[in-house]
Design a protein around this ligand. Structure first.
Ligand code: DP6
Length: 329
């Protein structure tokens, strides 16, 4: 019996300059370039096995079978791989996250990066990193940035083939840390995909598009020179900018809980006391505290004393998505 299988591991990422809004929602072509770092403590390991005896795709995440919208989204991604490889076989997809489900940490970036790499390999495709990144983008935009390693820039591009991400600095360029303060384990109200659609309705969106290239230049320059104060100020303003768009979108989305706001104020208070820490946020309530390695223990210690912080996920800068030996499917 024909059985084609492969396993891939990918890290999630946190964007310093965010992807928010799609010029082409079907192809997931974003309005602007974005820049991120891969997260060491947030990985997805996915095995894809195409087999003759399957009549439909099957999906298991962290031991739980999924049908409905989650399976449909995975099947659509597998269809792109099948089309490219001239393959008709259905697949079993088994996925595991290193971070507990429901921590509110985005899993679509690492999930679709691992799925795409494993499926392409299992189907016998031989793709460049840029091609894999562009293909991962079709499943989830931020997944494009989880294919290359370290600090990653996603070129918005103008077409399917030139909208991909590449590494701009290796992981060891700068020992930045992302210490995630988990303040809510509940699922967010408006998913990212709907959030991208709502952004265009915000009267502030034009302003964001007019200034985001300058934000990227500032963040990239501060990253190159490892200028923490400049970098931190720019990424914190950028995160607030994204949430201003979300809050004024159609429909509007308020992702913050009271604890989100409390952590943001605490970060600014620590900074006033001399601790070099800044925050950024995804489309959710958890707060990502960004600092250099030398300050990580102080930041983690501080967070542990806050009763409204339910958990902490401490990340270093991580490498690229990669293949791994397949265990049991
Ligand atoms: C706020 O990549 O999750 O985290 O393409 O619909 O899957 P889809 O959206 P997604 O959006 C990420 C939004 C963000 C910013 C970012 O990661 O750049």
């Amino acid at each position: 019996m024909t059985r084609l299988q492969a396993t891939a591991i990918a890290h999630s990422n946190i964007a310093f300059v965010k992807y928010w809004g799609n010029r082409d929602p079907l192809l997931r072509l974003p309005y602007n370039d974005s820049l991120s770092m891969n997260l060491s403590a947030a990985t997805t390991t996915t095995t894809v096995a195409f087999a003759e005896d399957l009549s439909t795709d099957r999906l298991t995440i962290d031991g739980e079978k999924h049908i409905g919208p989650a399976l449909d989204r995975v099947s659509r991604q597998l269809d792109l791989v099948r089309l490219r490889a001239g393959l008709r076989l259905r697949a079993t997809v088994q996925s595991r996250n290193s971070f507990p489900m429901g921590t509110g940490i985005a899993s679509s970036a690492s999930g679709f990066a691992a799925l795409t790499m494993a499926a392409a390999q299992a189907a016998g495709l031989s793709l460049s990193e840029a091609e894999l990144s562009a293909l991962a983008r079709r499943g989830s935009g931020s997944a494009a940035r989880s294919i290359p390693g370290g600090y990653v820039l996603w070129h918005a591009g103008t077409a399917d083939s030139d909208s991909f991400a590449e590494s701009v600095f290796p992981a060891d360029h700068w020992d930045l840390r992302d210490i995630v303060a988990i303040v809510s384990r509940r699922h967010k109200g408006l998913g990212s995909t709907d959030g991208h659609g709502a952004a265009e309705g915000s009267p502030l969106f034009r302003g964001r598009l007019a200034s985001v290239a300058e934000t990227l230049a500032t963040v990239r320059g501060a990253l190159a020179s490892r200028d923490m104060a400049r970098f931190g100020a720019a990424i914190e303003a950028e995160a607030l900018n994204l949430h201003a768009i979300a809050m004024t979108g159609r429909p509007p989305a308020l992702y913050w809980s009271p604890a989100t706001v409390a952590v943001m104020h605490q970060v600014q208070a620590w900074r006033a006391e001399g601790l070099a820490v800044w925050f950024t946020l995804d489309a959710g309530p958890n707060v990502h505290l960004i600092c250099e390695g030398q300050d990580a223990a102080a930041v983690e210690g501080g967070l542990r004393n806050l009763e409204f912080v339910e958990g902490i996920l401490a990340n270093r800068v991580a490498g690229a998505a990669h293949l791994a030996p397949t265990l049991v499917v």
